[in-house]
Write a protein that binds this ligand. Structure first.
Ligand code: FMN
Length: 257
C-alpha cells in the first residue's frame, strides 16, 4: 500500500483555503491552567446552550480518518443519573455534579461513517478521486477484521512481508487494536469537552473509577462499545479541588532526540 498513491502521500492540489484566526494565547493558557479535576461542585446548573456548545466542541476533536468513532451520552433522566452515580462508586465528583456524560468509543460505526463520508463527497465539488478511494477501498481494507479476526490474521502476514521492504501501517489486525484505535480519538473528544467547559466558566472531572459493566447495561451498549470515561461537570465548590496541581519534571517525559 505504501508504494501506491494515496491521499496521504499525494498533494491533491485542492482549491481550498482556510485562514488561521489570531488567537489570544494567554486566554488559552488560562483554560489549560485552570482545568482541574474538580471533585465537589456547587449546586449551580449549567445552561443547556452552554452544554450543547461544549458537546459540539467535543465532536470537533481530531479523529482517525474522520471516522468519528465516538458517542457521548448526556445522562439527564434523574433515575439514570442516580444509577450512573452508583456505577461510579458513589464518587462525590459524580454525586454533586450538575451534569454527567458517558464518553463511549465504538468499533462498529466506522463502516457506516465511511459510507457517510462518501455520501457527503458525492454532493460536494472538487473531491479528489484519491479521497473517494480512501473511503471506498483503503478504509474497508484497513479496518475490516472479519469473523474471528481471520482477515486480521491474513493482514498481519501481508504487512509482515510488505514491511520487510518498506514502512506499512500494521494495525489494526486484532480486536484490541481496533478498540485502541477508537479510544484514542474518543479520548481527544473528552479533552475537548473538558476544556470547553472550562472556557465557558465551568469545571469537570474525568472518571474511570466505575463499574463499566453496569454503565453499559444502563446505556444498553454491546460489546462493540467501550466506556472511555465518565465526565462530571458543574461549577467548582470551595474545597472542590483537593490540592495544588502536581506534575513531574518535564524532562522525564519530553525527549528531544
Ligand atoms: C482517564 C482518567 C480517569 C480518571 N479517573 C478519576 C476518577 O475516577 N476519580 C477522580 O476523582 N479523578 C479521576 N481522574 C482525575 C485525575 O485524578 C486527575 O486528572 C489527575 O490527578 C491530575 O489532576 P488535574 O486534572 O487537576 O491536573 C481521572 C483522570 C483521567 C484522565
Amino acid at each position: 500500500m505504501s508504494k501506491n498513491k494515496t491521499i496521504l502521500s499525494q498533494n491533491p492540489y485542492i482549491e481550498y483555503d482556510e485562514k488561521a484566526p489570531t488567537i489570544n494565547a494567554l486566554e488559552f493558557q488560562k483554560v489549560i491552567d485552570s482545568r482541574r479535576a474538580v471533585r465537589i461542585y456547587e449546586n449551580t446548573p449549567i445552561p443547556e446552550d452552554i452544554v450543547m456548545k461544549c458537546l459540539h466542541n467535543a465532536l470537533l476533536a481530531p479523529n482517525s480518518s474522520n471516522l468519528q468513532p465516538w458517542e457521548i451520552y448526556w445522562v439527564k433522566s434523574p433515575e439514570k443519573k442516580k444509577a450512573l452515580v452508583y456505577a461510579c462508586l458513589n464518587q462525590i465528583a459524580a454525586k454533586t455534579a450538575a451534569e454527567l456524560f458517558v464518553i463511549v468509543a465504538r468499533t462498529d460505526t466506522w463502516k457506516t461513517h465511511a459510507k457517510e463520508m462518501l455520501r457527503i463527497f458525492s454532493k460536494a465539488k472538487n473531491v479528489p478521486e484519491l479521497a473517494k478511494k480512501y473511503y471506498s477501498q483503503i478504509v474497508p481494507f484497513v479496518y475490516t477484521l472479519g469473523p474471528f479476526s481471520i482477515f486480521g490474521f491474513i493482514k498481519r502476514f501481508l504487512f509482515f512481508v510488505r514491511g520487510l521492504k518498506s514502512p506499512i501501517i500494521r494495525e489494526p489486525v486484532q480486536k484490541s487494536h481496533l478498540r485502541l484505535w477508537a479510544v484514542k480519538s474518543t479520548a481527544l473528544a473528552a479533552e475537548n469537552l473538558m476544556l470547553s467547559l472550562r472556557a465557558y466558566g465551568f469545571d469537570s472531572c474525568p472518571m474511570e473509577g466505575y463499574d463499566s459493566k453496569r454503565i453499559k447495561k444502563l446505556l444498553g451498549l454491546g460489546r462493540n462499545a467501550s466506556v472511555v470515561m465518565v465526565i462530571s461537570a458543574g461549577k467548582r465548590a470551595q474545597g472542590g479541588i483537593y490540592g495544588e496541581r502536581i506534575r513531574f519534571s518535564p524532562d522525564r517525559f519530553i525527549k528531544k532526540i
